[in-house]
Design a protein around this ligand. Sequence first.
Ligand code: GLU
Length: 283
Amino acid sequence: MSDFITRFAPSPTYYLHVGHGFSALKAYQAAKETEGRFLLRIEDIDQTRCRPAYEQAIYEDMDWLGIEYEQPVRRQSDRLSHYQQALELLRDEGVIYRCFKTRREIAAQASPEKLGPEGPVYFGQALDAEQEQELIAQGIAFAWRLSIKRVMERYGTQLANLYFTEQNQGPAGEKGAIKIKPHLAGDVVLARKDIGISYLLASVIDDAEQNISHVIRGQDLFYITHIQVLMQFLLHLPRPLYHHHRLITDLAGEKLSKSNHALSLRSLREKGVSVEQMKRRYF
Ligand code: GLU
């Protein structure tokens, strides 16, 4: 067995579609070709959107695709308290702050021309301790945001030399050694009241703990990689190699969304379409 370990990490917020099928098969084949390992990880931290029925459908989809994965399958919802330790570490480092602003207030303040990979690009700062205490006492909800300003003050010089390796390419043809852009997504939210940890952070923690050597996923997540590599730096986690593959479209060339039922793996299966037919038609 080689050192190659990859994973498919879906979120059970809807039925998987042919694009997920492409991604899962790509990672699985890469593991097979290198005699490496393939893991399935259920990224179900957003308990407001995930459903057991969608998770069950993922296992059925894997069987249909002919994908074998190691047991036990890691489910992020089993580990929510574990992720809090990372958040505490970042808090001790002084690189995150409580943000009491509503989504609407953020949208109004964020630069309108700039929409980052995680929504509006916003830069803020911590309130003073007294103001914070007052708002907390009033029961006002807050999110933890990364302070890019603090990060740059502390680690700017080191970040100027922080790269990740793209083995395929990003949406604009980015290849090879990619220098990270810490400002790309602004002060990203790392935890919310209803979702204790952001998926981008939980994913990075699990990739490190599961010794993932190669992250193989769609180009829609390419720009998130900049933030995830920054997280790896702050949390002293190892950095895998990245392969962002092209995105599958429908037959009219339109981007697939999770809610596109007609192209869910489940509905293709129910219509009697075979995996080979699906590949010929959409891949
Ligand atoms: N859970 C993420 C999603 O379903 C994928 C994360 C990843 O592959 O890094 O979009």
